[in-house]
Design a binder for this molecule. Structure first.
Ligand code: SF4
Length: 288
């Protein structure tokens, strides 16, 4: 009995199709730098005043061209395999389980794309051998499609990222100071120019997740919240006044963008995450 309500028909998705999509996305993401990043690098080149800064930006653009033309990775650090999944609630995955389908796609992609396997045991440092396990973030959404975003994340920029539980009294100015300070202390380590993803609010783990999701927004886009858009513009100016410059050789281009996500937090907390992303800003997506 269904209480008189119509039953929604489930759309069937094959696990094999998901595996193939994940494999193709990781190869594509590691080889083909996004058009938004390339455009931002070209814009930065026009505005950069430092000769060393200009030289590095030219090299990054040239590096992206060679990677694309020769089908090789943009950077030797091909990252841990971060996967964002938006699974329509009217979908059914058939012929295998979703996590294993994604992990198999990572396995195949890193093998067939000649991508370095970077996942290891935290203490023994023994490599897992196939870049699994993938880091899978799953959202259940309306609809009968699945959206998969592959976002390989390099270690150098991830190491410079932080989650902080601030006291609410620091307010917006305190949050901005922490973000700028984090970029200043990171110096050349995250391979600038960087993209800064900031998450404000939520619980400890949620803050980090929304900071990482902020990195997925196209560079050059405007935050739909005018207050956050103004905050991003101010932060970008302050960060680019630090003088770290491309690869830390000095110059105006320390960051290509600052993206902020904000959600409500506990009355006792003001959580902040700063997820730093290097110029090898890689993410590709597909909807099946
Ligand atoms: S931080 Fe980015 S550009 Fe630098 S080595 Fe790691 S992945 Fe490559």
């Amino acid at each position: 009995m269904n209480g008189g309500k119509e039953l929604t028909e489930m759309r069937e998705l094959s696990a094999a199709e998901i595996t193939k999509a994940v494999k193709d996305l990781f190869i594509d993401a590691n080889i083909n730098l996004g058009e938004d990043v390339l455009a931002a690098l070209h814009r930065a080149l026009e505005q950069e005043e430092s000769p060393q800064g200009k030289e590095i930006l030219n090299e990054l653009i040239e590096n992206a061209r060679i990677a694309k033309e020769e089908g090789i990775a943009i950077c030797q650090d091909t990252g841990l395999a971060v996967v964002f999944v938006e699974l329509g609630q009217d979908c059914h995955v058939a012929g295998g389980d979703l996590s294993e389908a994604i992990n198999e796609g990572v396995r195949q992609g890193y093998q067939e794309g000649y991508l370095r396997k970077s996942a290891c045991h935290p203490f023994t440092r023994a490599n897992t051998g196939d870049n699994t396990p993938a880091i899978i973030h799953l959202d259940i959404v309306p609809g009968d499609t699945i959206k998969i975003i592959a976002a390989p994340k390099g270690g150098g920029s991830e190491n410079m990222s932080r989650v902080m539980m601030l006291t609410p009294s620091v307010g917006m100015e305190g949050v901005k100071d922490f973000i700028v300070q984090r970029v200043r202390e990171s110096g050349a380590n995250p391979c600038p120019p960087v993209i800064v993803g900031a998450g404000i609010g939520g619980t400890f783990e949620q803050t980090a997740l929304i900071a990482k999701k902020a990195l997925l927004r196209p560079i050059g886009s405007t935050n739909p919240d005018p207050e956050l858009a103004a905050m991003e513009a101010d932060l970008l100016t302050r960060i680019n006044n630090l003088g770290i410059g491309p690869q830390g050789y000095g110059g105006r281009t320390t960051a290509l963008a600052v993206h902020v996500n904000m959600i409500p937090c506990h009355i006792a907390s003001l959580s902040l995450a700063v997820n730093i992303q290097c110029h090898a800003q890689r993410h590709k997506e597909v909807v099946i």
